[in-house]
Design a protein around this ligand. Sequence first.
Ligand SMILES: Cc1ncc(COP(=O)(O)O)c(C=O)c1O
Length: 320
Amino acid sequence: MNLPRVKLAALPTPIEALPALSAYLGGPQLLVKRDDLTGLGGGGNKVRKLELLIAEAQANGVKQLITTGAAQSNHCRQTAAAAARVGYSCHLVLVRYPGGSQGGNLLLDDLFGAEITWCEQEERDTVLKQVFDSEWQAGKRPYLIPYGGSSPTGAAAYVLAFDELISQGLSPDAIVFPSSSGGTQAGLVLGARKHGNRVRIIGISVDEPGESLQEKVANLANDASERLLLGEEIKPGEVQVEDGYLGGGYGVVSNLERDAIRLFARQEGLLLDPVYTGRAAGALIDMIRKGVFKAGEQVLFWHTGGIPAIFASQYADSLI
Ligand SMILES: Cc1ncc(COP(=O)(O)O)c(C=O)c1O
């Protein structure tokens, strides 16, 4: 089924070999899928989701996008850029970082013209509803993009991304990437099922115990399957999540992320972000060292973006 889609991303994103890193780690052959290069507003995985989500919004005569996330949310930054691209206004509800946050994605939110309402974590849903209601009453015709862009429609974008991978002629043994709101993983799992492809799709949880993330991903995949008329059913037990790398919690940078970011940068000139891809790469390195992958295997690291966060005041010092 062809879902309505607004062209926002530079696709297909390249797939590159990582020969120096593969040799350094002495494990499987490593490749990277560059979704950090989706283009719009600094790139990242949400641009793919927004192509479908904005098409859905346009069909409803919407004129404003509202969404929510952390102070340094990549999702919010990409939503703000997408709104600017299609001529909508954008209102972001961001969770305040203790001590404040500056630069990075926040600077870009401002450049893209987004209005920001700050809130505390526990009042987020209430504030989001208040913002939506007051924008609605003001006649702004708002559309609520769900957290992380992970509605069934957003997840469907990663079914299309899996189609793209297949069309690039690749069939890796495993795909490793950060998983949080679950849309990316749901789409990839469903995409693999659609193609009858047995690749191991390993989501590295950045902020949630494995069991609840498995359930979230399976639910999203099943709803996306319905949306795409695929007739597939994914069970939570069929979703592979690694939750052994949560460390100090969401966005807490430790040696795992710092060492991975520095290693990818020095071996391959490739940038990762401190919250998502840095943690997933740290997990990948640890799994290689523990022998999870065989030497002859091909492992694709799906780079989901997030690089602007490196330049945020709350992270920059912890990377040195
Ligand atoms: C850079 C980056 N990687 C991965 C993710 C997680 O993707 P998903 O929310 O689809 O699980 C996010 C979500 O914000 C992100 O910003």
